[in-house]
Write a protein that binds this ligand. Structure first.
Ligand code: ADP
Ligand code: UDP
Length: 234
């Protein structure tokens, strides 16, 4: 598989074309951003951790019936993935109140929700990824009803599988963001699952082991990412 030209450089990853028109190479960077790119920094070693963790988790999800873009890990930072047309929705699942949910609804961070919730943001940096619902997504032609139903079904499966898996590693899955894409007209899980995109707390002490340490200037950011990596046995 030949690595060809860079197609895109995002905030956390670079994307390259390959000699296979159906495949891309993603290259994970150590760059970190928050608040829609307003806060910038580096988390040393993050690219390696996020690449390996995302690939590991996607392989678990495949076995549990969630199709993913993962094909093959090529190096510490590079992975071959199926090239999808990204559905421009950030799909967020929450088990425990935190972040924007706590702020918007005045609910203390750490309060367990009675059931998991799902929400969508319209993936548009210029607009700051605004909160939308199914009807907006349908009305704007972002996805069909069938695609939205598939996305919801897969998102709740991802939550069920990862809640249990992380719990076995001493980690509580508070919330996370995932993205889906169309691959030959089928919906598959794409992008990444990592401490950049999940809130992960120590199950006993509730210590934050994720990107909130960077967003909130809490220190020990690298150590938190390494700790997650270690607990997952990677
Ligand atoms: P951002 O674009 O938000 O800065 P990244 O730095 O993570 O984010 O860039 C990776 C980009 O690649 C994202 O826009 C993501 O939606 C897209 N992407 C992720 N997986 C795939 C895939 N399998 N096929 C095509 N695009 C993908
Ligand atoms: N999230 C993400 N990318 C985003 C926004 C959110 O990966 O652009 C993740 C975030 O890490 C958290 C979950 O989605 O695990 C819910 O985030 P929230 O809506 O609370 O937003 P935040 O407080 O991060 O602004």
């Amino acid at each position: 598989m030949e690595k060809l030209e860079q197609l895109y450089e995002g905030k956390a990853k670079k994307v390259f074309a390959t000699s296979d028109p159906d495949a891309l190479i993603v290259d994970y960077k150590d760059d970190a951003t928050a608040f829609n790119g307003q806060k910038k920094g580096t988390i040393v070693g993050k690219g390696v951790i996020n690449n390996r963790m995302s690939n590991h988790v996607m392989q678990i999800l495949e076995k549990e019936g969630v199709p993913t873009h993962y094909i093959k890990e090529l190096s510490e930072r590079e992975t071959l993935v199926k090239k999808v047309s990204i559905v421009p929705l950030e799909v967020i699942i929450r088990n425990v109140a935190a972040g924007s949910f706590s702020k918007k609804l005045g609910i203390e961070e750490g309060k367990k929700l009675l059931c998991p919730t799902i929400e969508f943001s319209y993936k548009d940096d210029a607009l700051g990824d605004p909160f939308i619902n199914d009807y907006y997504a349908l009305a704007l032609g972002l996805a069909t009803r069938e695609e939205i139903d598939t996305i919801k079904k897969y998102a709740f499966t991802v939550n069920r599988v990862l809640l249990k898996y992380f719990e076995e590693c001493g980690i509580e899955l508070i919330d996370f963001k995932i993205e889906f894409g169309r691959y030959h007209d089928r919906i598959i899980l794409a992008d990444e699952i990592s401490p950049d995109t999940c809130r992960l707390w120590d199950i006993k002490t509730h210590e934050k082991l994720d990107k909130d340490r960077f967003r909130r200037d809490m220190g020990n950011v690298e150590d938190a990412y390494k700790e997650v990596f270690k607990r997952l046995g990677l």
